[in-house]
Unconditional design. Sequence first.
Length: 322
Amino acid sequence: MADKGNPLVTLRSWHRPLVVLAGVMGVLCAASLLGLLFDDRTLVNAPIWLKPLKFSISVGTYALTLAWLLTHVRRGRRAGWWFGTVFAAGIGVDVALIVVQMIFRDRTLHFNKATPADVMINNVVAGGAYAAWLMTAAVVVLLLFQRLPDRALTSALRWGTGLALAGMGVAMLMFAPSPAQQAVLDAGGRPATFGAHSVGVEDGGPGLPVLGWSTVGGDMRIPHFVGIHGLQVLPLVAFGLLLLARRNPALGSDVVRRRLVRIAGAGYAGLLVLLTWQAQRGQSIVHPDFPTLTAAAVLAGAVAVAAAVALRPSAEILRSAR
C-alpha cells in the first residue's frame, strides 16, 4: 500500500523482494568483513573479499532506495512491482555469481573469457545487469506519470532515477577492448579478458584504498558509481532542503525547492559527464589536468549562480513583506 502523501512511509509498504535483497546484502556484507579479517587470499592485487563487500553495500543501498521509491508509484503500481521484482532477481543472481566465481572458484569475474565456464558466467551476469538497467528505465518512465504532494521530491525522484540509469549506461563503456586486447584480436588471437575497468593502464595497478579506483590511469568505475547513486543523492537533497526550510523562509516554497533540486540534478549530471570524460582520457581521479580543473570550476560556478538566481525571487518577496 502506498502512503497517503507522507514521503516517509513505513517499511511494511516497501517492495518486499527488494527489501529481502537488501537483507541478503547485509548478510553478505558481514561475511565479507569476516573474510577480509580471516582470509588472506588476493585476486588482481586486491583482497579477494573486497569486491563482494563493495557490491553488498552498493546493491543493498540501491535496493532499499528503489524499494522506497516504488511506494510512490500509484499509476501502474502492479507494473512497478514487477519491475522491482525483476530487478531484484537479476541483481541477486549477479551478486551470487560474483561470490561463486571469486570466492569459490578463485577467478576474476568481469571481462574474464579464459574458459567456457567463465564465458557462461559472464554472459549470465551481463544478462542480469541489462535486466536491471531496463527495469530502472521502466521505473523512470513510471515516475513521469506520478504526482506527489511535494514538487521538489517529485523532481528529485525523476532526476535520481534518470541519473542512475545513465550511470548504469556508462558501465557499457567498460566492455570495449583495451589496446592490448585489440592487438591480440587484430593478430587473429583470442584474449583471455575482454574489456577493463581502467583506461590507459592495466587493471590491478595502484588504486585508492578500499575503493580500488586507479591512481595512475582513468577508471570507468568512478562515473558508474557516481551515476547509479544519484538515486540516493537527489532525494537526500530534497529532504535536506525541506529540513532547512524550517529555519530559512526562502525555502518555504516547494517551487523554489524544486528549482534547487533541478539545479542540483543538472549539476550532478554535469559531474557525471566530467568524470566520464576524465576517465576516458586515461586520467586518474587524483591527478586532474588543467582542462579537467577548468571544467570543474565552470560547472561549480554555474551551479552556484543558478542556485543564487533560484533563491533571489523568494528573498525579494521576503524583503517586500517586511
